[in-house]
Design a protein. Structure first.
Length: 118
């Protein structure tokens, strides 16, 4: 592993933590910004300008996981607040929320991917 790859992983993890908490702050202000966790993961990883394909793939998977955990933590279902119930009923989330998760995940992949050489 190169230093750039490790730096990209660290940037992605910092972006994940920041995105999770900034989403919570924005939600308390009345904004639903589910795109933030994924976008900040991608931005954090892109600072490294790493050219390994594994980094964007890692970021996309991390973005999807962090987005789901963030949604569950800040907006659980009313009937059952367990993670297992949430994961089995993800399809019941509002389409705009699912779309924002998808865009955030795509950004998490694309932002570090754009530095790859052809």
């Amino acid at each position: 592993m190169t230093k750039q790859f490790i730096f990209g992983i660290v940037g992605a993890l910092l972006g994940a933590v920041l995105g999770h908490f900034v989403f919570g702050w924005a939600l308390r202000q009345g904004f639903y910004a589910m795109i933030l966790p994924g976008a900040l993961i991608g931005f954090g990883a892109s600072v490294a300008r790493c050219q390994h394909l594994a980094l964007p793939i890692f970021c996309a998977v991390l973005a999807l996981v962090v987005s789901l955990l963030t949604e569950w933590r800040f907006r659980p279902f009313v009937t059952d607040k367990s993670l297992a119930y949430f994961l089995t009923h993800v399809h019941q989330l509002k389409p705009v929320g699912l779309a924002m998760m998808a865009v955030g995940t795509a950004l998490a992949f694309w932002l570090p991917f754009r530095f790859r050489r052809s």
